[in-house]
Design a protein around this ligand. Sequence first.
Ligand code: GDG
Length: 491
Amino acid sequence: MDPGRLVVVSNRLPIVIRRAGSSQWQISPGSGGLVTAMGPVLKHRGGLWLGWLGIPREDCPSERRLNSLLTTGTSRTGYSLRYVHLRREEIEKYYYGFSNEILWPLFHDLFSHCNFDPCYWETYQLVNKKFAEHVKNHTQKGDYLWVHDYQLILVARELRRLGLDRQIGFFLHIPFPPLDIFLKLPWRFQILEALLKYDLIGFQTARDRRNFIGCVRALLGYRVSGRGQVNTITVDDRQVLAGSFPISIDYREFADFAKTQEVADQAWIIHANLPRRQIILGVDRLDYTKGIPQRLLAFENALARYPEMRRKVTLLQVVVPSRQGVEEYEKLRHEIERLVGEINGRYTEVGWTPVHYIFRSLPRKELVAYYRTCEIALITPLKDGMNLVAKEYCASSTEGNGVLILSEFAGAAAQFYPHALLVNPYDLEGVADAIYQAFTMGQEERQSRMRRLQATIQKNDIVNWVNSFLRAGISKDLNDFPQMEFFVPKQ
Ligand code: GDG
């Protein structure tokens, strides 16, 4: 093995394996920005990706079959894949439990959704240790390790316990909460100390980084020095860097795909079926952080207070199934469907249904056609690390006519102020007013706002994100930290 490889560690591997018949298995590439961004770097630099296969060990094919599937996967991706097996019980407690019933809601400031069941912590530690052991077995001196997200916060701690002295970076895809929220975590000291075992900790926004630094100062008392977008924390004889690196998308790829004939045809079909109106688009994974019920209520408020919009707008809400079988998510789905039914029951007229609701994942061509053709995007999470849908919508706005209404609490708001219409998703009248403002906005203003949004994303695309993180992590050159604008909500 060559020295200096990049090793990416994430909960899930960037591939999907699924049963195709009683004894047949299929492997296909995973999708998403991280896969797109990491692929070329891993291929060119040489490296591997380590993660869970996404199915319980009990349901996996034999090791022989798995290895041959992964050989196929490796020949397609161009870099090596190494898997970590997780048993059903581990998935329950580490993934659904500690990660998704504790860290996910708490870090999104939604404390009332937390279930601090003490039995989750033990398994979270064991699974993180298991990941660390695999990392140890598959890496060598000189490799740079890049660990991703809240499921794997303890990996560096476990690697140090195993005596491994490697450069390790960590990127948190979700927000980091302020001190008064973080304090509620029963394992607050362990989580904070574990984060400080990394050499570089990356956050989505300057606000997340400042929240983290606030917690380090208040709870651990380490010396923190700051310079622009980066802080240095002195922990005994080590220097730990913390910076903000807003994740992005493959702008060119979205913009080029949106211009293709197949997407144009699909976009035409959408508008031909919903003629003489503006379409407002919402696209979210089914999750309580995305603010879907609040958005529906705001849309209803807009219809009630601005009757001239009736028959002239349709809200098209796509909800992608997620964490299926989890009771809280089932309840959320019912709540959304009840609200859609209520709004449609109250306002539908012959030839016009106010809300079109889709509960499934769309093929990419269809999704990008919606991005291209919908006049308004309504993206109002209660809290979101970044929100890539907002960036994808702008990149796909071929004619530059789209208006982006975006929650102040999405990480993307820091970059998109003042060209998007920023809203507080809890303020139903404020969101309704923004919908009306977008609805009545002239062509010139739409285009000028959208061109600026597009320029921002194009300049700060996914390749830029990967490069700036790796440069900061490997060279430790503080000038490599991106310089960000920062949005502060108006009083
Ligand atoms: C986490 C953080 C952070 C959505 N519907 C369909 C579909 N999608 C794709 C989109 C987009 C992705 O899913 C969603 O990304 P988001 O960023 O909006 O949200 P999370 O999944 O919650 O991601 C988030 C992100 O990590 C990255 O750091 O921005 O804050 O929560 O790429 O295109 N794709 C297809 N059909 C759909 O119906 N094909």
